[in-house]
Design a protein. Structure first.
Length: 523
């Protein structure tokens, strides 16, 4: 008797766009344009164009395993080159244009990429990178014309390119992407994604209690494609056959409001500071966005007051999430059917990722519920080792220490309670800034808040509170600190308050505590 068998079907990312082009050929990919004139293409055409980019890269000598870098905003052209690079078996190395040329040149030196694909408006930065990265051989410009001496404009090359190339044909464990961490806590570290890991991550993202995108949705990823693969949305949205709406570089409140309205966006995804800008624009203008059903947030804690403003005043549901570059990046998502969804809750893990709370030594806590511990993660899309490093960053059982402090409630909801690196040691005892920030951010007068440690001769460190107030709002230092009394230990209450006109943000949209420490810590 011969046992039956299942076909070998490598989980490679080219199959996602193949599926979208075959079964949702007329669904649009829209990019915000200047003057409110949006550019649009359908999935069938986008696939044809991406194949042509693959043939160009092949003619330029790119082979499987080579890394090709992109320095670009969220646009149709960027999606095309993504699939072109990955589909032919090369590795897409995304670069963050909010970093310096020196930092980016260093990353390119690590990856060995010899081709850089850059958005037209980023050519001045690209020129600086080229000057510091002599191994770069070619620059291709998308979303506009190449400046003299920079490189070649990609669009006419696509029009003239052949379709004589096939995607796939390589192992699903082959690398597909490379993304460096922001370097906010030290030297940036590279995370290599594989086709299999990103494909499985896509299937997890598409689950009903995660992002749950439907073919009838219009999805706006404001989270950048250079930030952990835009949280996997350029894969999940085509995979579901939904409309993909891309904002380009303009993500201010007014620009996003126009785009959401013109393209009937139903789901929008990004960090909380983005939605703060949108919320303030809508409140100032008195406009509403009737198509928008859900805003999904991640990347930083969601201020409770902002969540209330969005849900109560704008009538838009807020879905919280948690993840990191090393997780591809989604770890947990808030379940929208839960009656109680406080801002502090980051949601539950879906099939394919597991969580564990440990003590400082890395030993699992005996009780994994309602106890604070160091958060460890493992799963099919979780890092094993950093790019170029021989020593694994996960233990023998696959657990990766995220560096986060967290609790898990009885329903399995994750709550990030702080970052181990952010803890302030005062008089030999630890203070958790995240708990202070959560209370202050709940005040209606406050837009953003951050707590850092300031050097102190007697206590070693003492907490300092920095706040950015909402426009036309005021509150005394006494009332700011008074909100903490009875909510945190008395010795946790900051010694001083600093008002900043605009909170500094890191390249990923989070509050830049490195900058705040450099300016205010006094040590």
């Amino acid at each position: 008797m011969i046992d039956g068998s299942i076909q070998s079907f490598p989980l490679t990312l080219d199959r996602i766009l193949d599926h979208a082009a075959k079964w949702h050929p007329d669904t649009e990919v829209v990019t915000a344009g200047e003057g409110g004139i949006n550019r649009r293409v359908d999935y069938a055409t986008l696939r044809q164009r991406a194949l042509k980019v693959s043939s160009l890269l092949r003619d330029y000598g790119v082979v499987r395993g080579n890394r090709v870098a992109t320095l670009a905003w969220n646009s149709q052209a960027h999606v095309e080159v993504w699939y072109a690079i990955m589909g032919m078996g090369a590795v897409c190395h995304t670069l963050n244009p909010r970093l310096t040329a020196t930092q980016l040149a260093w990353m390119l030196g690590q990856s060995g990429a010899t081709i850089l694909i850059v958005s037209a408006d980023l050519q001045p930065l690209a020129a600086k990178i080229v000057a510091e990265a002599p191994h770069l051989e070619r620059v291709l410009v998308i979303d506009g014309e190449a400046s003299p001496g920079i490189g070649a404009t990609l669009e006419p090359l696509i029009e003239a390119a052949s379709l004589d190339i096939a995607w796939g044909g390589f192992d699903e464990t082959a690398p597909s992407g490379l993304c460096f961490t922001s370097g906010s806590t030290g030297a940036p570290k590279g995370v290599t994604y594989t086709h299999r890991s990103s494909f499985l991550h896509t299937l997890r993202l598409m689950q009903a209690d995660v992002l749950g995108v439907r073919s009838t949705d219009s999805v706006l990823p404001v989270v950048p494609m250079f930030h952990a693969n835009a949280w996997g949305l350029p894969f999940a949205v085509p995979g579901a056959g939904a409309k993909l709406v891309l904002p380009g570089r303009h993500t201010d409140g007014a620009s996003l409001a126009r785009l959401i309205e013109s393209e009937n966006v139903t789901i929008a995804v990004g960090v909380p500071t983005v939605w703060l800008g949108l919320c303030e624009h809508l409140e100032t203008t008195g406009t509403r966005l009737p198509s928008l059903q859900r805003i999904t947030v991640g990347g930083a804690p969601m201020p409770p007051a902002l969540m209330a403003r969005i849900e109560d005043q704008l009538g838009v549901a807020v879905q919280t999430s948690w993840g990191m570059t090393e997780l591809s990046p989604v770890g947990t998502f808030g379940v929208m059917t839960d009656a109680d969804r406080p801002a502090a809750i980051s949601g539950r893990p879906a099939l394919g990722v597991d969580l564990m709370l440990a003590d400082e030594k890395g030993d699992p806590l005996a009780d994994q519920r309602d106890r604070e511990g160091r958060l460890h993660v493992r799963g099919a899309a979780v890092i094993e080792r950093y790019f170029g490093q021989e020593t694994p960053c996960a233990d023998a059982e696959g657990w990766f220490d995220t560096g986060d402090l967290a609790k898990i409630d009885r329903r399995g909801n994750l709550m990030i309670t702080g970052r181990a690196k952010d803890l302030i040691k005062s008089g030999g005892e630890w203070i958790n800034p995240a708990e202070i920030e959560a209370v202050v951010c709940a005040l209606p007068q406050v837009s953003l808040a951050a707590v850092i440690g300031r050097s102190d001769d007697k206590w070693g460190e003492r907490p300092m509170l920095l706040v950015e107030l909402r426009e036309d709002q005021d509150i005394s230092d006494q009332d700011l600190l008074g909100a903490l009394r009875g909510r945190v230990a008395s010795w946790w209450i900051p010694d001083s308050v600093v008002r900043v006109p605009s909170m500094p943000l890191a390249s990923t949209g989070k509050i830049d505590k490195l900058s705040l420490r450099a300016s205010f810590s006094g040590g």
